[in-house]
Design a binder for this molecule. Structure first.
Ligand code: 2P0
Length: 336
């Protein structure tokens, strides 16, 4: 028996992926850019065992056995086995037993599928003797698009690619985390319940009905992607923050432009947006940036010297309730 355990962190997109040009191969309409959190924070942990005596593939998620017929999961196994066949044909028929867990709410718009599939595919690859990160990113994309970004740390770009077979649609690291050490992410959990509309179906509705999405992809993103890469390169926090907030806002505008509209942010999310703009205005400088994914939870980008002050303001504006733990702001745990 061979056994291996891996950890993969979540990634937070600063330029959002929303819309596919190929739903089967999970090929996006646009490039996206993300920041991967450190492994000691929100992450997935997966243990994979491979053994010639295992009778079938089996999978447990957060302690509960899952069907292995899920098409995306099955696709990842198939893609790994195809590569194993090419390199280590002797173990290509061995079955996998997989045990996975998240240390944060699953499916609450906190990028659980990104960390989950990145971790699953990395562990499958490692236990099977496949070492190329390129392969891991390509296969993780078949599990969940954003997962292809979580195989890298630091600042990451997912190239949409142009090939119909998707062979050039994978993530690359723009810069390692050490490039810009003071960048911090505060995750404000506004709600940990399962999101109403999943990203996969939501983005397909947007592709079908939103003219704003077409405009965004063709007219807005090429420059915004280039500007974001430059801002990260020169560690220009104000530009990085402005572009991040503008892109989050445009993503949610696309959701509202989808028909029927998709609403992910709630009243607390909007209160956080107001807070960030007021904070920056009073500081006369852009010190905090928000970004929201397919749910009401906020991720704030802040530089290390400002973290304590931002948290103090959050606690003041969203005071802890009697039921919440000391580090909760109105039921919002602040994860640094
Ligand atoms: C992102 N999101 O770039 C964007 C921002 C949600 C909002 O990637 O269908 O779960 O599995 O490829 O990867 C969520 O999309 O969708 C996502 P699939 P996925 O982080």
């Amino acid at each position: 028996m061979k056994i291996i355990t891996c950890i993969a962190p979540v990634n937070i997109a600063t330029i959002k992926y929303w819309g596919k040009r190929d739903t089967e191969l999970i090929l996006p309409l646009n490039d996206s850019i993300s920041v991967t959190l450190s492994t000691d924070q929100m992450h997935s942990k997966t243990t994979v065992a491979i053994d010639p005596d295992f009778k079938s593939d089996r999978m447990w998620l957060n302690g509960k056995e899952q069907s292995v017929d899920n098409p995306r999961f099955a696709q990842c196994l198939k893609e790994i086995r195809r590569r194993v066949q090419d390199k280590h044909g002797d173990i290509a028929d061995w079955k996998f037993h997989i045990c996975s867990e998240n240390n944060f709410p699953t499916a609450a718009g906190l990028a659980s599928s990104a960390a989950g599939y990145a971790c699953l595919v990395y562990a499958l690859a490692k236990v099977s003797g496949i070492s190329e990160v390129r392969d891991v990113s390509l296969v993780a994309r078949r599990g969940s698009g954003s997962a292809c970004r979580s195989v890298w740390g630091g600042f990451v770009r997912w190239q949409a690619g142009v090939r119909p077979d998707g062979a050039d649609s994978l993530a690359e690291q723009l810069y390692p985390a050490e490039h810009w050490p003071p960048v911090r992410v505060l995750v404000l959990v506004v709600s940990d319940s399962k999101k109403k509309i999943g990203s996969t179906s939501g983005m397909q509705e947007s592709v079908k009905t939103s003219k704003l999405l077409a405009h965004r992809v063709e007219r807005v993103l090429p420059d915004r992607i280039a500007n974001m890469i430059e801002a990260i390169g020169r560690k220009d926090f104000a530009t990085f923050a402005d572009l991040t907030m503008q892109d989050s806002n445009q993503f949610h505008a696309v959701c509202l432009d989808t028909y029927p509209p998709i609403v992910y942010m709630n009243e607390v999310s909007h209160a956080i947006v107001d807070f960030v703009h007021k904070y920056n205005q009073l500081a006369n400088q852009v010190k905090v940036a928000y970004t929201f994914d397919a749910g009401p939870n906020a991720c704030l980008f802040v530089l290390e010297p400002d973290v304590a002050d931002v948290i103090a303001h959050l606690r003041h504006l969203f005071p802890p309730t009697e039921h919440s733990a000391a580090n909760y702001v109105r039921g919002i745990p602040v994860v640094q």
